[in-house]
Ligand binder design. Structure first.
Ligand code: ADP
Ligand code: MG
Ligand code: ZN
Length: 183
């Protein structure tokens, strides 16, 4: 079978993980062999779960680099899912490309923008090489409109600040207020 790359992207709370899990459940119904991965950020466990804010979940393996992800993909795997793809190194683009070239259906979900609204590498490159890009959107926490940005509520000025509703909320372009942090 021909492989391909699908990207699911958008802000925090936009349903990226739910959509990823939905596609994986359908692949499992079709008796496809599925492997799911996420970046190892601060967990010490290899075997973990991808959990959405809506509390759906699927088993996954936490890996530190794109290289170790690629090394863990079995010969007979049909579908490779990657959540939080924005946290991987630049090598994730070639990893997805190589997997797709050998027939794997790759589905990568991740943030398109960081907390300042800047493109979140390596997602722009992944979106460019993908056959299909799905942008999902959240509900703006301020006005109830359609949200495309992740508003950081905490004062930290580091790009990677792992957190949930206590540190971030979804906002539309008009309600988004990037903090005055040097770019
Ligand atoms: P993502 O992976 O994009 O961060 P998830 O798939 O984990 O998103 O979570 C999506 C779910 O989050 C929604 O189905 C809804 O239950 C919940 N949710 C909480 N806040 C919002 C919001 N502001 N907009 C949309 N969904 C929200
Ligand atoms: Mg998610
Ligand atoms: Zn708004």
């Amino acid at each position: 079978p021909a492989g391909s790359v699908e990207v699911i992207t958008g802000s925090m709370f936009s349903g990226k993980t739910e959509e990823l899990i939905r596609r994986l459940k359908r692949a499992l119904l079709a008796r496809q062999r599925v492997q799911a991965f996420k970046p190892r950020i601060d967990t010490r466990y290899d075997v973990t779960r991808i959990v959405s804010h809506g509390a759906t979940a699927i088993e996954a393996v936490a890996v530190a680099t794109s290289e170790s992800l690629e090394a863990r993909v079995a010969e007979d795997t049909d579908v490779v899912a990657i959540d939080e793809a924005q946290f991987f190194d630049a090598g994730i683009v070639q990893t997805c490309e190589r997997l797709a070239n050998r027939g794997v259906r790759v589905i990568a979900a991740g943030l398109d923008q960081d907390y300042l609204g800047r493109p979140f590498a390596p997602m722009p490159e992944l979106m460019a090489i993908a056959e299909e890009v799905t942008k999902v959107r959240a509900v703006c926490a301020v006005c109830g409109g359609t949200a495309c940005r992740s508003q950081r509520l905490a004062p930290e000025a580091t790009t990677v600040l792992v957190g949930g509703t206590e540190s971030y909320e979804a906002r539309c372009r008009a309600c988004f207020e990037p903090r005055d942090v040097p770019r």
